[in-house]
Design a protein around this ligand. Structure first.
Ligand SMILES: NC(=O)c1ccc[n+]([C@@H]2O[C@H](COP(=O)([O-])OP(=O)(O)OC[C@H]3O[C@@H](n4cnc5c(N)ncnc54)[C@H](OP(=O)(O)O)[C@@H]3O)[C@@H](O)[C@H]2O)c1
Length: 297
């Protein structure tokens, strides 16, 4: 039995989400069946998860979610990410965003998507205005509730300051602490919802050797450099509690295909924020070796 998950207002959007969100990247992978997705979503809903995040680029994730959400669409705040991948339309143009929203509505089998992010475009594209205007048109057209940006570094800073977005998504974890002194508090102060992606920092403790995938290898290098102590906690609980209770973070997006890992995250969140000495040691390690680390897209 897990205590009910806490919820928080998603900035000033009027939406409320559970602190634990389901990052639906892994369910897009080949080999996942509709039954797997149904089981994962069923566990999520039982735990009180009310936020699910997907993207155009996550394989079959949007289609599978669309099928699994039939009859229970109202139970979740549904988030996706786009801006590319529309056949015959150049990426990062107004038409790519507007047709992208129409495609996502179809794949997700819904009449409105709660949160739509521009998915990691660079700052220059944001500054050009075309894709931001197109996304805001889809909000005015009643196809999207909240316009959002997902990304890092100078593009994220621009997105937060622009005032165009009700939500931003960025990496927040023990190996992604840079934003906690910049974009995250700045967003929270403006009433912008903050979704923490990669909240376990890709769980680098799982690997005995440096992983092949460049983003996970980067996380593994950082984890080694931090040289953290576990403070008597399992690594997954420590990492989950760090991200879920980081000031300014509204919700974490746990990337998992495993119902057991969702339950573990809910249990960790039920234990509350990390003990102050453990938290202080994580911050101190980052200040010592990580202050120059860039945001991991
Ligand atoms: N906007 C972007 O560009 C972007 C980029 C990255 C991520 N995201 C979002 O953030 C979500 C999460 O990111 P992520 O998946 O890269 O990173 P993550 O959540 O930090 O790590 C996920 C990895 O950790 C494993 N894991 C989960 N719980 C675990 C546990 N208790 N013990 C050991 N391993 C565990 C998962 O595998 P299992 O399936 O085995 O649990 C998965 O391989 C994505 O699904 C997506 O929604 C967005």
């Amino acid at each position: 039995m897990v205590t009910a998950l806490p919820s928080r207002p998603l900035g000033h959007t009027g939406l409320t989400v559970s602190v634990l969100g389901l990052g639906a990247g892994r369910i897009g992978e080949s080999g996942t069946t509709d039954a797997d997705v149904d089981r994962l979503l069923g566990t999520a809903l039982e735990l009180g998860v009310t936020l699910v995040d997907t993207a155009r680029s996550y394989g079959a994730s949007e289609e599978r979610l669309g099928r699994a959400l039939q009859g229970r669409r109202g139970a979740v705040v549904l988030s996706t990410k786009l801006g590319y991948g529309v056949p015959g339309v150049p990426d990062w143009t107004g038409p790519a965003v507007e047709a992208g929203v129409d495609g996502a509505l179809q794949r997700l089998r819904t009449e409105i998507i709660d949160v739509v992010h521009l998915h990691s475009c660079p700052r220059e594209i944001l500054e050009r205005g075309e894709v931001v205007d197109a996304l805001l048109r889809t909000v005015r057209a009643g196809k999207v509730r909240v316009a959002a940006y997902s990304g890092e570094n100078d593009a994220l800073d621009w997105a937060v300051c622009s005032g165009a977005f009700g939500v931003v998504q960025c990496s927040v974890s023990i190996v992604d602490q840079g934003v906690l002194a910049g974009a995250v508090p700045a967003a929270a102060e403006r009433g912008t919802g903050v979704l923490a992606k990669r909240p376990l920092g890709n769980a680098p403790w799982r690997f005995d050797r440096r992983p092949d995938a460049p983003d996970v290898a980067d996380a593994w290098d950082r984890f080694g450099a931090l040289g953290l102590e576990q403070g008597g906690l399992p690594w997954d609980a420590l990492a989950t509690r760090f991200s879920a209770f980081a000031p300014g973070v509204t919700a974490i997006l746990l990337g998992t295909a495993s119902p057991d890992h969702l339950v573990a995250a809910a249990r960790a969140i039920a234990a509350g924020p990390l003990p102050p000495p453990v938290l202080a040691a994580i911050h101190a390690a980052h200040a010592r070796v990580g202050s120059g680390w860039a945001g991991r897209i």
